[in-house]
Design a protein around this ligand. Structure first.
Ligand SMILES: Cc1cc2nc3c(=O)[nH]c(=O)nc-3n(C[C@H](O)[C@H](O)[C@H](O)COP(=O)(O)OP(=O)(O)OC[C@H]3O[C@@H](n4cnc5c(N)ncnc54)[C@H](O)[C@@H]3O)c2cc1C
Ligand SMILES: *[C@@H]1O[C@H](CO)[C@@H](O)[C@H](O)[C@H]1NC(C)=O
Ligand SMILES: *[C@@H]1O[C@H](CO)[C@@H](O)[C@H](O)[C@H]1NC(C)=O
Ligand SMILES: *[C@@H]1O[C@H](CO)[C@@H](O)[C@H](O)[C@H]1NC(C)=O
Ligand SMILES: *[C@@H]1O[C@H](CO)[C@@H](O)[C@H](O)[C@H]1NC(C)=O
Ligand SMILES: *[C@@H]1O[C@H](CO)[C@@H](O)[C@H](O)[C@H]1NC(C)=O
Ligand SMILES: *[C@@H]1O[C@H](CO)[C@@H](O)[C@H](O)[C@H]1NC(C)=O
Ligand SMILES: *[C@@H]1O[C@H](CO)[C@@H](O)[C@H](O)[C@H]1NC(C)=O
Length: 363
């Protein structure tokens, strides 16, 4: 038996990288961590051209933190993870500006709020600084609070560099056909952490409870001094569509979104989605438009983003599974909340890991 544990994380998205960080920070005994992933910040060709790989979701996120009232115990448990992340991000924003995490004003307008929003139900305002009702949009119930925004690709790189330089985490670039294949790369029956997004199974294939929620957004080059550089605003319309702006810190532009197409796995750009986004953008966020020399308003589109949120019926799964040769800890199915949950879910995995390791090692 090996003298120190080897932990293999499959996946280098926001969940894989955050899990590696939480484990590295907290696990006190000597250990090795290897991340195996097909796509990620370790893959040089990816950095040159991420537009080829919409199935790697993390670079395509807005990303911001938008709390919401918990409707059931699963949502309440995930809410707790978002607040653990919030606490960490407050620290990161101060200590590591290069993380690109920035605290801004979060604003929400709801055209048809459900009872949970109306009564500011459990899980909504909990732990949110400067949370208050606002009344400036007729026909919409409004709230504001302090929240964070992040430039997703920059944050992924920040985590990657931190893991390599501070914690000596190793990265392997490979596409696996099943989690059991980890044993072809790493000997000694390592503990495997399943951060593969849609959930790659031990014996191949994907979790049938997982499904994509397609998101198309526009990355806009805003006019100078645009107020949305300091704010993230979300409209939840009565027809179920959402229109939002999310600034990407460090001159990353402003995301104008978005679509939430459940079960839709089309990774190409849809012109009709772009047109619908531009139309709603013109109505709700006219300040995002630039002006031509002959005084015409237009959106300066830097890029159209398409990503597939890895959702799972009944939410994120963090659980221990005993397979033939390995113990597997799951952390997949974050849907539209991967960044919000990221560090908190990493801490939960760390707790499960100590449970597993304490059977063999003196912690
Ligand atoms: C338009 C849009 C907006 C969003 N906005 C937000 C937001 O504002 N806030 C927020 O918190 N979230 C947001 N999200 C959601 C967020 O992007 C996801 O929840 C998150 O990226 C999921 O991360 P992940 O690490 O689970 O998966 P991924 O980023 O998809 O990573 C999966 C990893 O597993 C690897 N992998 C998978 N299968 C294999 C295999 N067979 N072999 C080897 N490696 C494999 C992949 O290569 C990759 O490294 C948004 C998503 C979209 C699309
Ligand atoms: C990354 O690595 C994989 C091999 O695992 C390769 O197929 C792919 O082209 C590389 N580039 C990107 C952008 O993922
Ligand atoms: C990125 O990939 C797209 C789609 O294949 C291609 O059109 C584009 O030229 C590539 N860009 C670079 C910089 O390689
Ligand atoms: C917002 O909340 C923080 C933390 O509670 C507090 O220090 C700050 O004064 C508040 N700001 C405003 C404008 O109320
Ligand atoms: C890993 O994720 C998948 C989702 O496909 C899940 O069904 C599976 O049980 C997890 N664990 C293993 C060992 O595959
Ligand atoms: C954003 O906030 C900063 C600091 O509070 C301020 O200096 C800047 O003028 C603001 N920018 C915009 C565009 O509102
Ligand atoms: C809402 O979104 C759907 C899907 O993108 C679109 O077909 C519909 O036109 C949208 N409604 C409005 C009012 O934009
Ligand atoms: C996670 O998945 C495992 C098996 O795949 C299942 O036993 C467990 O109930 C799931 N947990 C949650 C919280 O969904």
């Amino acid at each position: 038996m090996s003298t120190q544990p080897h932990i293999v994380i499959v996946g280098a998205g926001i969940l894989g990288l955050s899990t590696a960080l939480a484990v590295s920070e907290h696990l006190k005994i000597a250990h090795d961590i290897t991340i195996i992933a097909e796509h990620g910040p370790h893959n040089q060709s990816m950095n040159a051209n991420m537009t080829n790989f919409p199935q790697y979701t993390s670079p395509w996120a807005g990303a911001h933190f938008r709390p919401f009232p918990s409707k059931n115990p699963q949502e309440y448990a995930e809410m707790k993870l978002t607040r653990l992340t919030l606490k960490k991000f407050k620290q990161f924003a101060v200590e590591y500006p290069e993380s690109s995490i920035k605290f801004v004003e979060g604003v929400e307008y709801l055209e048809a709020p459900d009872e949970h929003y109306k009564k500011v139900g459990e899980g909504y305002s909990d732990g949110m600084d400067n949370f208050s009702r606002i009344h400036d949009k007729p026909g919409y119930m409004g709230f504001k609070y302090d929240t964070w925004v992040v430039n997703s690709p920059l944050y992924l790189h920040f985590l990657y560099r931190k893991l390599i330089s501070e914690y000596h985490v190793k990265f392997l670039n490979a596409k696996l056909t099943s989690l059991s294949q980890v044993n072809d790369y790493i000997t000694g029956n390592p503990v495997i952490i399943n951060c593969s997004g849609m959930g790659l199974r031990y014996n191949g294939g994907f979790d049938p409870n997982c499904f994509p929620i397609r998101g198309q957004t526009l990355l806009i080059n805003p006019p100078k001094g645009c107020s949305y550089l300091n704010q993230t605003i979300t409209y939840q319309h009565a027809d179920g569509n959402w229109t939002f702006v999310i600034p990407r810190p460090s001159n990353g532009g402003i995301i104008l979104g978005g679509t939430k197409q459940v079960g839709d796995s089309f990774t190409g750009i849809r012109q009709e989605d772009t047109d619908a986004l531009l139309k709603r953008g013109e109505k709700y966020f006219p300040e995002l438009m630039r002006t031509t020399r002959d005084n015409k308003k237009f959106f300066d589109i830097l890029r159209v983003n398409v990503g597939l949120r890895p959702a799972r019926q009944s939410g994120l799964n963090i659980s221990i599974e005993h397979q033939e040769a390995n113990v597997v800890i799951n952390n997949y199915g974050a849907g539209g909340m991967g960044y919000e949950l990221s560090y908190g879910s990493g801490l939960m995995v760390y707790e499960k890991l100590t449970e597993v390791l304490s059977r063999t090692f003196k912690l």
